[in-house]
Design a protein around this ligand. Sequence first.
Ligand code: UDX
Length: 455
Amino acid sequence: MKIGVIGTGYVGLVTGTCLAELGHEVICVDALPQKIDLLNDGGCPIYEPGLIELIRKQRQAERLSFSTDLAAMAPDRDAIFLAVGTPPGPDGEADLGFVRAAVRDLAPHLAGFTAVVTKSTVPVGTGDQIDAMLADLRPDADVAVVSNPEFLREGSAIGDFLKPDRIVVGTDDLRARETMQALYAPLTDGGAPLLITDRRTSELIKYAANAFLAVKISYINEIADLCEELGADAARVAEGMGLDARIGARFLEPGPGFGGSCFPKDTDALLGTGRAAAVPLRVVTAASEANRERKRLLAARVAAVAGELKGRTVAVLGLTFKAGTDDMREAASLELIPELQRRGAKVRAFDPKGMEAARDLLPGVAFCRDAYDAAKSASAVVILTEWPNFRTLDLKRLGAVVETPLLIDMRNLFHPEDATRAGFDYVSIGRPAVAARAPKPSRRLRASRPTGAAA
Ligand code: UDX
C-alpha cells in the first residue's frame, strides 16, 4: 500500500519506518528542510535503538523516502498519517495548532480515496474537528478521518510497533476500516489483536491507557514510601501484587517519579478534558499531583540522608527520563539538580546518551566522562536513570573516588548487600536503608524521609 506520514518526529519516524518494514511504500514529509536533509544524508534526528539501521535498510529497499513536498506525496496515498506534535498548551490541554496546520496544508492535495489517520495523541473529538475542517476546505474530497493511537515506548519503540499488544483503530467508515485492516494485516496475521471502535472511543483509549499506567506507577511509588517506613520490601510487594493476573507485574517499579513526553502531558490533557466535560477525575488528579510532589521532593530525599549540602558535591548518574533514550522531557533530573544547586551543592553528572540535551537545560553542572569521573569527591552518589551499564558499575572503584560512600539508588539497581559490602551506605526506593557493613537499618539513614511541603 502507499502510505504518507506528516511529521518526522519520534512518532512519525518510527511509524513510517515500521510501516515500510511491513512492506508498504512510505513517504515521510516534514516542513523542516534541515530534518529532511539530515534523513536523506543517512542521519536521524532522534536516538532510538535500532531506528537508524532500519531506516537505512528500508531506504535501500526503496520502500522509505523523505521529502518536504507534501503536494507531490499526497495525491496517490491510501492512508496519510498525521504525526505532528501536540504540545501542552498553557492550561495543560493539548495544543492542536500543528495538527490543524497539517490538515490545512494537506487538504488541497488530496485525490482519490484517502484515509487521514491521527497517530499523534489528540483529545477526544479531534477527529470530528478534522472531519469538519476537511469538509469545509475540500467538500469534494473522498476522505475518512481515522484514529489510530500509538502505544510506543521510547527505547523499545520498534519492538512495540512490530509486536504490539494491540492495535486500536477508530472509524465508522467501511472503506477506511478495510484500508486499516489491510495496512496492519502483516501484524494481525501474526496474532496482534486489532480492536476497531468508533473514533471518539479510540481517541479516549490512548489517554485512558496512559493515565492508568501513570496511576499504577504513582500507586507503587506511594506503597514504596510506606515500605521504607515499615521495613517492608517494595519489590517483593510488587511481585506479590503482580502475580495476581488482574493486576499484572509490569509498571510496578517504584522510582523517582514518572517523566517523559507522554505520561505527564497526557494525564494533564485528560484532566483538562474531564474539567471541560464537568466530570471529576479524582484518581488521575491524585496520581498526577503525587508524581509532581515526588519529583519536587527528590533533593529533600537526598538531603535527608546526606545532611547539609552546602559546598558539598553530589554525583548524579543518569539524566534522561528513563534508560534507552536521549530524551530529557520531564526528567526527574530537571527537578532534582536545580534544587540541589539551590541548596548549595556542586553537581557532577554523567549520562550515556542524554548529556548533549542536558547541557542547555542544566546550567552549572559539571558533565563528566563516566560514572567514576562524576563520583569524584562526591558526598553522595545518586542513581536517577536505570541505564543497564550502571548495574555493572564497580562499586569498589566508585567507593575509592568518593568523599563519602553514600549511594542513593532511586532505581533499585543494586542488591543492598552488594552495596554495603563495597563499603557504601545504601539508600534505595521502597526498601530499608542499610549502612555499610551493618546489616540493620542505621538510624541516620532511616531518620528523615521528606514528607509534605515543609521539606
Ligand atoms: C509511554 C507509554 O508506555 C507508551 O505506551 C506511550 O505511547 C508513550 O508513553 P514512554 O514515555 O516512552 O512510553 O516511557 P515508559 O516506559 O512508559 O515510562 C514512562 C515513565 O514512567 C518513565 O519516567 C519511567 O521511568 C517511569 N516508570 C515506568 C516507572 O517509574 N516505573 C515503572 O514501573 C515503569
